[in-house]
Design a protein. Sequence first.
Length: 136
Amino acid sequence: MAIRGLNHITLATTNLHRAVAFYVGALGLTLEHRWENGAYLSAGSLWLCLSSDGHVDQVTDYTHIAFDVSADEFTATCTRISAHGGAQWKENRSEGDSFYFTDPDGHRLELHVGDLASRLAHISEQTVKGSRSCGI
């Protein structure tokens, strides 16, 4: 049996109303269903669950979720995220346009232009220590 892909992402939130407003208003996700302690949102094939939780642990490492955006929409989306309180947590140092920001609960997120193919093409042009092709 093999993994077929990502099924869904669940994020804990201390304020469901605020979190839904951020993901719909700032990122443009579609609210599919909401109940007292949670909500299902979608963006393309992405299924995001927001779940009420009395406590949200802050991640301090590089772990984050990256959302795909077209180059044409990048600047406007960054502006909208900032207007909705998305705070930048890291400067972009990698291939492609990226904006690293946090949601109202401090989850680390990224808005990224590019895909795996563009990243691999970039790496193949660079000398990256320990880098090797895996036949992708």
